[in-house]
Design a protein around this ligand. Structure first.
Ligand code: SAM
Length: 219
């Protein structure tokens, strides 16, 4: 893919319209999340030929059979996390790195893992070029990243068959995990809050369709 990092008035205008759609039509309310979406040039993750697609509210192929998540999905998941500045966030499924940038815009310290080596390499090149400094890893994120635990928040951006127990253990008490859980065709967005060492509160929300979480603790 040939990337070009130019953010001109056309893309800036399209981004503003996308934020308006997310706020007015898709009912995203968190002003900080909307501002983050307004700040990150999503077209930087697309080949120039497809720039027009970058500000539509759609998921889009990024190679290796994977997708950059739909902006609505990114906004929805991020809103559920209630990120505070300085939160240590584990993201499973870096993909393009777009969601990673949104978390960084909100002031999170991000640990993100991707199992596809080509996507990991691309994110490792693109994100620092854009001025973002996440901690990126390549490997099976279905087991989390125990070496860097515990985390304030855990975000899974691929559809899981169940909530991996091993990931829950990496959540701080009071911390929140957001993970789509279901079968390969459809998943419910699930939030899990760690109430104490042994207690977790689980809430099931809307239905989505993600690419599968593939790994030891997944499909
Ligand atoms: N949030 C990403 C973005 O904005 O581009 C989109 C992520 S895409 C929907 C899901 C990603 O999860 C894919 O890149 C896929 O390769 C990755 N993935 C699936 N199973 C994984 C695993 N066990 N560990 C790490 N990454 C995984």
């Amino acid at each position: 893919m040939a990337y070009k990092f130019i953010d001109n008035y056309r893309e800036k205008g399209a981004r503003k319209k996308l934020v308006k759609v997310l706020q007015e039509e898709r009912k995203i309310e968190d002003k900080d999340v909307l501002a983050a979406i307004g700040n990150v040039p999503r077209h930087f993750f697309f080949d120039e030929t497809f720039w027009k697609q970058a500000y539509k509210d759609i998921a889009f192929p990024i190679g290796e059979g994977q997708t950059i998540s739909q902006p609505y999905t990114v906004a929805y998941q991020t809103q559920l996390l209630h990120i505070s500045k300085g939160d240590k966030v584990l993201e499973i499924g870096t993909g393009s790195g777009y969601q990673t940038c949104i978390l960084l815009e909100l002031g999170a310290v991000v640990y993100s893992i991707e199992r596809q080596e080509k996507l990991y390499e691309r994110a490792k090149m693109v994100l620092p070029y854009m001025g973002y400094q996440p901690h990126l890893f390549c490997g099976d994120g279905s087991k989390g990243i125990p070496e860097h635990a515990p985390y304030d928040k855990i975000l899974v951006t691929a559809g899981a068959p169940f909530v991996p127990e091993i990931m829950l253990k990496q959540l701080k008490i009071g911390g929140t995990m957001v993970i789509p859980v279901g079968n390969e065709d459809s998943q419910k967005m699930v939030t899990v809050i760690r109430v104490s060492d042994t207690e977790f509160e689980r809430i099931e929300l809307d239905t989505f369709r993600f690419v599968p979480l593939v790994g030891d603790q997944a499909w």
